[in-house]
Design a protein around this ligand. Sequence first.
Ligand code: HEC
Length: 116
Amino acid sequence: MKSLAAACVLAMAVAPARAADIGRDLFDAQCASCHTLTGHSTVSGPSLKGVMWRKIADLGDFRYTVGLKAQVGSWSPGRLDAYLHNAQKFAPGTDMFWNITDASERKAIIDFLAHQ
Ligand code: HEC
């Protein structure tokens, strides 16, 4: 029992440091096939370097849909959460079809993106 309790305390202490890694792992697994973090877009998706607080659908090297271009303002944590939760509901007509149902996964990815 005593060692189990110690393991729990250890796990809790390690958790915050791992959060950034979790966000990166999720990005690599779920986003990197279409998005780079280099600042250069591909035909599959706009670059997500510096996406936090960037104007929505604003990169000159990517051809966005009318649906995403119709969104005014900038990406905030709340707007990224809404887009990643249900892209079609946030921006009807967007051609990103990638919805993440798990709120903690969305948060980890958004926290990671905020530092890119
Ligand atoms: C299958 C390809 C694909 C995957 C996988 C994908 N996306 Fe996208 N994403 C796109 C496309 C295409 C667009 C542009 C959509 C449009 O123009 O309507 C886009 C747009 C975006 C934008 C808007 C960027 C801007 O410049 O305004 C964000 C933010 C975004 N994606 C985040 C993500 C995240 C985070 C993930 C992983 C959880 C992800 N995407 C997974 C294809 C993808």
